[in-house]
Design a protein around this ligand. Structure first.
Ligand code: FDA
Length: 314
């Protein structure tokens, strides 16, 4: 239908460099970007983290960037995470993992044509070491389906030294129930989301309802298992189901957590935290906000109208 068409057009636009440069050059609607991305620098991210902590929310911080084909850029990303983790620790924000980081392996070298997987592993290991020194953790974001096997194998390597390293699984993929079974083990942190990339029918459910049903099946596996489920969704129905499953399995409030994105349903975030649940907010920061923002627009075309209006009014 029309909304599917719009969604898939927006996901295509997220790959369009012409549209990207046009929007970036426009005196863009800074406040629209800022609703989802608090700023470009480490200092902005740390400030946003401190503000969320003050309202009882935990955070995971992502330095924006993906699919780099430049080893120098990958090294810059690692340095930025190192600086970020040290700045968070200096502000006493990392204690008990209150502020952690999320890393896209394609930003630290996974897509490099030569030795990409090895470079990404080494770079991610360095970030895990610094996170460990700061008493906190790393979660590996999940990207498009062509990277899933590589990301899960890098995760397994990292977890030999840093068992607290988290994974992300996407319920839109057919394979994900099986991946949940593999990862529902003691000490394993798994963030379950619906999935945000444009994927073919050969590997992914295309219907929103099928994605939701798969989410529930995956959630049942994770909640019944021994691991630490992280329910990453703004969907009220899925959040209710997660709460019911947690209580059915007698889970204590510190044995799972809810997660939402910065700027999305902020009142609901504080409401869930105030009810005694753990709520962690994913904060993206950096210059490379374009692909991230387009995926958020694709999820909710109403935001697109808001975005275009603000472009026109500048
Ligand atoms: P859905 O999109 O169905 O939204 C449910 C409701 O939430 C909507 O009806 C609306 O009320 C509200 N809502 C949703 N999006 C909104 C928006 N943009 N603006 C305003 N309201 C909105 N994906 C991925 O592929 N790899 C990853 O590593 C991650 N990581 C990740 C971490 C965290 C903490 C979160 C919350 C999400 C991700 N995602 C992700 C993104 C995820 O896959 C998914 O695309 C989005 O979370 C949207 O799906 P929902 O489950 O929120 O449901």
């Amino acid at each position: 239908d029309a909304s599917d068409l719009l969604r898939s057009s927006l996901l295509h636009l997220s790959d369009s460099s012409l549209v990207r440069s046009t929007i970036e050059k426009a005196p863009v609607s800074r406040h629209v970007v800022q609703r989802y991305v608090p700023g470009t620098d480490v200092a902005h991210a740390v400030q946003a983290a401190a503000e969320l902590r003050a309202t009882n929310r935990q955070v995971t911080i992502d330095y924006l960037g993906e699919d780099t084909l430049d080893a120098g850029q990958a090294a810059h990303t690692v340095d930025t995470y190192v600086g970020l983790l040290r700045a968070l620790k200096a502000r006493d924000l990392t204690r008990f993992g209150a502020a952690e980081v999320s890393v896209k392996l394609s930003a630290v070298g996974q897509a490099l044509p030569k030795d990409g997987e090895k470079i990404a592993l080494d770079n991610a290991r360095r970030i895990c070491e610094i996170a460990h020194e700061a008493d906190t953790t790393v979660t590996l974001d999940m990207e498009d389906h062509t990277t899933t096997d590589s990301t899960l194998s890098i995760l397994a390597e990292l977890r030999k030294d840093f068992p607290e390293t988290g994974a992300v699984l996407q319920s839109y993929l057919h394979r994900t129930e099986a991946d949940c079974k593999d990862l529902a083990t003691a000490g394993s942190r798994v963030r379950l989301c619906k999935g945000a990339y444009k994927e073919p029918a050969s590997v992914a459910y295309q219907d929103a309802e099928d994605v939701d049903l798969s989410y529930v099946r995956c959630l049942k596996i994770l909640m019944a298992g021994e691991g630490y489920p992280m329910i990453a969704s703004h969907d009220p129905r899925l959040i209710d189901i997660a709460r019911a499953l947690a209580s059915r399995h007698g889970r204590e409030p510190d044995s799972y957590e809810f997660q939402m994105l910065y700027g999305i349903r902020p009142e609901e975030q504080t409401r869930i935290a105030d009810r005694g649940h753990q709520m962690r907010v994913y904060i993206p920061f950096g210059e490379e906000w374009y692909g991230y923002l387009m995926r958020r627009m694709a999820e909710r075309p109403a935001n697109l109208a808001f975005f275009l209006r603000s472009l026109a009014s500048k």
